[in-house]
Design a protein around this ligand. Sequence first.
Ligand code: BGC
Length: 768
Amino acid sequence: MRFVGPRRKITSLSAAIAVVLIYVVLSPARTSAATKDGGKVNFEVRALLSKMTLEEKIGQMTQLTIQAVSITKGPEAGQLDTKKLEEAIVKYHVGSLLNAYDSSLSVGDWDNVITRIQDVATKETRLKIPILYGIDAIHGETYTKGATLFPQPLNMAATFNKRLAEREGAITALETRASGIPWIFYPVLDLARQPLWSRVYETFGEDPYLSAQMGANYIRGAQGDDIGAPDKVATCLKHYVGYSFPLDGKDRTPAWIPRRMMKEMFLPPFEKAVKAGAPTVMCNSSEVNGIPGDANYYLLTKVLRGEMKFKGFVVSDWGDIENLYKRFGIASSPEEAVRIAVMAGVDMSMVPSDYSFYDLLLKLVKEGKVPMWRINQAVSRILAVKFELGLFKNPYPDRGLEKGFASASSDSTNLQAAEESITLVKNADHFLPLAKNMKVLVSGPTANLLSTMNGGWTITWQGNVESLYPADKPTPLKAIEDKIGKSNVTYLPGASYDSLIDLDSAVGAAKNVDAVILFLGEHTYAETPGNINDLTLPEAQLKLAEAMIETGKPVVVVMLEGRPRIIDRIVGGSKSILVAFLPGMDGGEALANIIFGDANPSAKLPITYPRYVNALYHYDHTLAEVQGGNVFEPQWNFGHGLSYTTFKYSDLTLDAENVKKGKTVTATVKVTNTGKMAGEHAVLLYLGQKYRQVTHPVDRLEGFEKVSLQPGEAKLLKFVISPEQMSFIGIDNERIIEPGVFRVSVGDLSKEFTVTGKPVDYFKGFSR
Ligand code: BGC
């Protein structure tokens, strides 16, 4: 018996060596789409790995927040603490840092911070492995002062403009790299299928196709074809997967997603983004079907690696490995939590504040509870990204990039994005645009703030420190005053987010103007602090709107919000409504341009806007939801959005009426600007199959293209519908194409085609 301990140790050690050797010899070359030279990277990784101690390897798998290596008290708080930094990088071999101390730094300050960090990593450590610094960049580089802060992702989706997504990616990459940071935690590919969720605005909306397209285009812009280029970054897909569908609407609470729905809806955007070359993935911080994101071997290893062929590395979300023990209670100890996460497929732990992960993983490996091959695998993946980014050649900030930071052209792209992201959902009697000589009352809680146009992840995590916002960016009120002259504008807030403020004066002021422009919506939040119990807009704001409507003056409502708050009570009485969501730093100017006709709105809703709190639909409803007394009655449907001009669709044709299973069909449609104003227009193509072995959406978005048209101008658009787009997840949870009749529709036009082939046996799947 007494030999059992040591013998077991020796046996597992020799097994580990054998596995390492096999791994080293047999592991295939990395073929990440994020680099031009996967083979070389693979060679470099192997050479470095062979020199590393176990401690150095575990350090690479450890990520700490910058707070953990900063001075925490006194006037120096927030600056790097040399002792702590050296302890992290030299003693614990930490491989990655993230975050900002509290709020944004200037490019110059970031350069100093990153330089000091890389100095320690490359001058004071044995192997000189550079640090991989990561940062949140949900709508531009959150934590660099003066960065181009775009409309939030929900708005970017509303543009239906893939080129803008790509441009945003490129601009954000440059500005992040100019700050010395090569890794961004973005894009978010979670689907907004639960409108109460506080992170709806971080998503590209409710539809998997739209999300996948915007995500892949963003990645193309941010990474180019080589993340080692000086102005490119590595992206991080998040939060893999199913985080966005909490049953009770609260952040980080249980989601229940059957496998078919997972494969049909939630996985495809990630799959497309992996194909687009994203080299890192962040775990779902919550749980699906009772399994927390970091513990889900099936999703992290079988699906992500086995099916999607993801080659990069997986990082946990903030503190989530420990949460397997603390929050979720699925691990019996912090140590067991580490073992589960690492063996499920998490390669790097966003710990983020201490060395618990490092200590526990070291112990687990020494005791043979986590095999060495798994450590080598995780570390190889992390090192590969560092090599691909070119950090071994030059880990330091490139000062030359600063001249491109927040350039005039980036700002004009941002303004364009903001204008294209604001959806005109109602415009009775073509009330908008307003004439510039009108007298207006501007009112409402979001009229005179920059924070409520930007939302969370702006300068600070919560985005709510108005005093830190740039002085040169106009609020909506200021932008309107600039547009039509201060003397034409009266401003009285009337209400805060949830209480009335001198309603009588606001109503009194309405009597002396030609129109009321009411800015309603939400205060600023990120993540769990944004939890709500009721999707209805707070009573005070609805009362303010009703009081304004009662004056008989025409009321224009502008909704600045991170999710679609219910406003049915005031929709009928309002003349015009703009759903602006969170249009970003140039939102004020964009709104003024739209309201006064200097820009023509072209956005479409990327999410179905609910009318009732208990009727939360998605546009891709099934047949049963609109039959037998059931009505689909949202406030506005996904894809709804008006313009100041009119567009007509004609000549919808398909290149074939019958196609063999596995072949493409090409649809062509003509779109004409039949109005008097130039405009942008997103043409949305939907596809539906009449019968399938499982119930299915009547229609799903399968193509979109945005065009710019002068009055009278027409363009012919082509959409290739691939076999994959004709497929679905069948009874046995596998992707299949069922021969049958398909319907293609664009606006009111539709055409059918038939896919021919051997019929699918309905009972085949039931036998599994
Ligand atoms: C969020 C992530 C984010 C991370 C780092 C977490 O709380 O869920 O989206 O990337 O913090 O800031």
